[in-house]
Design a protein around this ligand. Structure first.
Ligand code: FES
Length: 154
């Protein structure tokens, strides 16, 4: 009787542990599937936010700016570089294409430098050295009257 009881109890505990693992594995699988296959992929659109006045655009070289805007009731700040090079004016994101550190413009070296892994980009945002796989992202600019707006994907 005692041995039967212990045997049954042991089997019961084994089933309980197996069931627990199965339940955990199922929950993990469902969670992972939710990340891998979201039911609704949020579509991002480009919205334009005021950056600076036309008079403040650089005539030559690089100007570091902070683009402040609000998205879903949250204050956001994005560091961008407004560049005027060979008569063309454009804006670049400061986010390194390697792992997302913020690059900075080195006036003396005439290149954007990433402090994290030594990546560097030329004034057009093209990769010069280091691990970055892609150029710096260009940020669209548009003029409305004398105001310049920068486009951000939100
Ligand atoms: S994050 Fe910029 S080089 Fe690695």
């Amino acid at each position: 009787m005692g041995r039967f009881y212990q045997d049954t109890r042991r089997r019961f505990l084994k089933r309980l542990v197996k069931g627990g693992f199965t339940l955990l594995a199922s929950l993990f699988g469902i969670t992972a599937a939710g990340f891998l296959y979201p039911s609704e992929v949020k579509k991002r659109t480009t919205k334009f936010f005021y950056l600076l006045n036309e008079d403040d655009l650089p005539k030559e070289g690089v100007k570091k700016m902070e683009l402040a805007y609000e998205h879903e009731q949250r204050a956001m700040v994005l560091r961008v570089f407004v560049v005027c090079n060979a008569g063309e004016t454009f804006a670049l994101s400061s986010v390194c294409s390697h792992l997302g550190c913020l690059v900075d413009w080195s006036r003396s070296k005439k290149r954007f430098l990433c402090p994290c892994h030594g990546g560097s980009y030329d004034i057009e945002g093209r990769v010069l050295s280091g691990p970055p796989p892609l150029p710096l992202t260009r940020i669209p600019l548009k003029m409305e009257g004398e105001k310049v707006f920068a486009g951000v994907k939100v």
